[in-house]
Design a protein around this ligand. Structure first.
Ligand code: 3HC
Ligand code: NAI
Length: 698
């Protein structure tokens, strides 16, 4: 039960709300605030009121679990009106993160003081929403419309010092002194005559913006990508336009209408699902939250290539020393130089200072001797994708690494159990499958082998969070979750190109759906030689590489590129495609966009359902998170599993059955899909059944 306490410090009333974990503004919290206000007003000795929260944060926002349910009064707007209508000035004292409705509550107060480590923001856009408790009307009155547009459409939290500079907060406390500083601030306000200072009454900024009507069109023109496929940014801009154009109460009414529209949208439903799905991935059935985790104080990385360097950076970034092993000095030097170059690029962009670059580089030790990994708590292997090589390395490593060390492989497709079997500690072997670029991509697949111990899984999940990754647990299969599910999309894209759809049409269908880029654009970017090198059968990529077309980096690939790397359709690539189709005896035809979408994306839905049915993934939502974080699957669709439910499983199953007649196994509907379609169940709520890998060991 949320608690709200009221007490007094001389003439100052203190309302303290305590609703773990994040003081979300659910019904109980809203009631507690109103009770506190009533008590403060009733107490004649109180001249000003401080509103603060216990625990780790100020209000983290509206209670997202209440969205989509019948509204319950008092709602947040009632609370905010009550604060603004209070008979005494109210001072918000902010620590942790004041987000969404939390910041809106603070903006309804007369004054705001924050601890220096606090962050404030309006992240509603990430939930497919807009700030619906006055944020779009009050923030522009403080920072002006231009800054409000950036802040609210961006959704990123703002650190306290910048919030102070922008005027969002009035004052910062000393570290760990927020309560006393807030009381002192309140006393000054009382001494100055307890002046009310409501944001709603401020007119200067919006009046100035009224003189610049092109502001909004300019913003829209400068940020076309922001609006693609989603509704929330459009409504946010409209709400801020209303803040500038309309009197405050009319602006509030406009905000409410625009918020309401978003609240009932698919996009918001999908993004709210993703919010909770993201937090669920770390919860592993059978693995209690108090499972002991091994301390990781030093990390070894084997292989300083594309992946090894990026993997190492993750640990350097959080202050963990890394020993990086290579076979040859030149490869090691190249790997270390790439890491430095990446950090220096961040420094040039102002994301790191020069001293921090050196601090991180000082944590890195390069070596040609595997034996230098003897003291590491965790070793991650990232050498070439060869089973023989990995087995050799794991056998050697097993003899070198201390007994308690965790041995991990970054393999993309190989059988982790076979790798673990060459060691005498298969229970301490785990897959840590990073995505490229490993220092950037959020997804980390934690691959649990048949014998991986629970504490090793728990350690990997915890470590992932420490380095800012989204961990998704996977069982062992070829490609694990994300590569396996998206592999079928690639196979379909290839097949469709041979059957007569142009790479441009295929890519456009994917981009229209919401992917940041198409399948062929992605291949051209990565390099066709990188992906295609192990293939034995004659493939499109192989044929293009044989023509010297390696992608963006050399001669173009599926597209031609100009000096600015802008793609244009390639007559040469089209000829290569037509020739291979002819050689394979494929009859070519044209396709509708809808046909392409079904072939490309229903195939992923079906593969995802199989991955779940086999117990490779714990839950459907983990598959959605893996593809959103690992492959840029558009979050506003909720991921393939959630999206399948919005299309309707009976439709998907019927289409798959028809496609299976012509295109074989990929499209034979998974038993899980068929069961759910018949029973009216929801795919995105499905969890792995009894086939979930059983945890062994203690
Ligand atoms: N509503 C309901 N539950 C919430 C919540 C919220 N606003 N914010 C967090 N939670 C829950 C999480 O689901 C999680 O639950 P679990 O432990 O059962 O998985 C728990 O609180 C802890 O959350 P995190 O794991 O995310 O904790 P962190 O310490 O890592 O992060 C945080 C804290 C930065 C506050 C982060 O939780 C966060 O970003 N929360 C959401 C902020 C947000 O989006 N606010 C806007 C809401 S919409 C709104 O306010 C609309 C208004 O304009 C009308
Ligand atoms: P890479 O070819 O860029 O780098 C491999 C490095 O390992 C080379 O620098 C090589 O010199 C070094 N190496 C080889 N044998 C060694 C040994 N015995 N000791 C120390 N170093 C040795 O390869 P990349 O792309 O980094 O891939 C590494 C692993 O990561 C592979 O298993 C791959 O499947 C996996 N992976 C690759 C991804 C990618 O996008 N490139 C994504 C996710 C996983």
């Amino acid at each position: 039960m949320p608690t709200g306490t009221f007490d007094t410090r001389g003439t100052i009333g203190l309302i303290t709300i305590d609703s773990p974990p994040v003081n979300a503004l659910g019904l109980g919290v809203r009631q507690a605030i109103l009770h506190g206000l009533a008590a403060a007003e009733a107490e004649a000795s109180v001249a000003a009121i401080v509103l603060l929260c216990a625990g780790r944060t100020f209000f983290a926002g509206a209670d997202i679990t209440e969205f989509g349910k019948p509204p319950m009064r008092p709602d947040l707007l009632d609370v905010i009106a009550r604060i603004e209508g209070a008979t005494k000035p109210v001072i918000a004292a902010i620590h942790g993160t004041a987000l969404g409705g939390g910041l809106e509550t603070a903006l309804a107060c007369d004054y705001r003081i924050a601890s220096p480590t606090a962050r404030v923001g309006l992240p509603e856009v990430a939930l497919g929403l807009l700030p619906g408790a006055g944020g779009t009307q009050r923030l522009p009155r403080i920072v002006g419309a231009a800054a409000a547009l950036e802040i609210i459409t961006g959704g990123k939290p703002i650190a306290a010092p910048r919030a102070l500079a922008l005027g969002i907060v009035d004052r910062l406390s000393a570290p760990d002194d927020l309560t006393d500083a807030a009381i002192a601030f309140a006393r000054e306000i009382v001494a100055d005559g307890a002046v009310r200072r409501r944001v709603r009454d401020r007119e200067d900024k919006v009046a100035a913006d009224r003189g610049n009507p092109a502001l909004f069109d300019d913003f829209r023109a400068r940020n076309p990508g922001l609006f693609r496929g989603v509704r929330a940014p459009t409504n946010i801009v409209a709400a801020i336009e209303a803040a500038v154009a309309l009197p405050f109460d009319e602006g509030m009414a406009r905000e409410a209408a625009l918020f309401e529209e978003l609240l009932h949208s698919r996009e918001s439903e999908a993004q709210r699902y993703a919010f909770f799905a993201e937090r669920d991935t770390a919860k592993v059935p059978g693995l209690p939250a108090d499972t002991p985790v091994a301390p990781i104080a030093s990390v070894g990385v084997i292989g300083a290539g594309t992946m090894g360097g990026g993997i190492a950076m993750n640990f350097l970034n959080v202050g963990l020393p890394v020993t990086l092993v290579e076979t040859r000095q030149d490869a090691l030097d190249r790997g270390v130089a790439t890491i430095r170059r990446n950090y220096e690029a961040s420094a040039r962009k102002g994301k790191l200072d020069a001293a921090e670059v050196e601090r991180r580089m000082a944590l890195l030790t390069g070596t040609l001797a595997l034996s230098d990994l003897a003291g590491c708590d965790l070793v991650i292997e990232a050498v070439f994708e060869s089973m023989d090589l990995k087995k050799t390395i794991f056998a050697e490593l097993d003899a070198i690494a201390k007994r308690s060390a965790i041995l991990a492989s970054n393999t993309s497709f190989l059988d982790l159990d076979a790798i673990a079997a060459v060691t005498e500690r298969p229970e301490r072997v785990v897959g840590l499958h990073f995505f490229s670029p490993a220092n950037v991509m959020r997804l980390l697949e934690v691959v649990r082998g048949a014998r991986t111990a629970p504490d090793v899984v728990a350690t990997a999940m915890r470590l992932a969070k420490r380095i800012g990754k989204l961990p998704v647990l996977s069982g062992v299969c070829e490609g694990f979750i994300a590569n396996r599910a998206m592999g079928v999309r690639m196979a379909q894209a290839d097949a469709l190109a041979l059957e007569g759809a142009s790479p441009q049409q295929i890519d456009r269908v994917l981009v229209d759906y919401g992917f940041p880029m198409g399948a062929f654009q992605m291949l051209d970017l990565i390099g066709l030689d990188v992906i295609g090198r192990d293939s034995t059968e004659r493939t499109l990529m192989g044929d293009l590489v044989a023509q010297g077309r390696l992608g963006q980096k050399q001669n173009g690939g599926f597209y031609d590129y100009d000096a600015q790397r802008r793609p244009t359709p390639s007559p040469v690539a089209d000829e290569v495609i037509a020739a291979l189709a002819a050689a394979k005896g494929i009859v070519r035809r044209s396709f509708t966009d809808q046909e392409l979408r079904e072939r490309l994306l229903y195939a992923v839905v079906n593969e995802g359902a199989r991955i779940l049915d086999e117990g490779i993934a714990l839950r459907a939502s983990d598959i959605d998170m893996a593809l959103i974080a690992g492959y840029g699957w558009p979050v506003h669709t909720g991921g393939p599993m959630f999206w399948a439910d919005t299309v309707g499983l009976p439709t998907i199953v019927a289409t798959l059955e028809a496609l299976a007649q012509r295109h074989g196994d990929t499209f034979v509907p998974s038993p899980l899909l068929v069961r759910l379609a018949e029973s009216g169940g929801m795919l995105h709520r499905a969890v792995a059944a009894s086939s979930t890998p059983v945890l062994e060991g203690a």
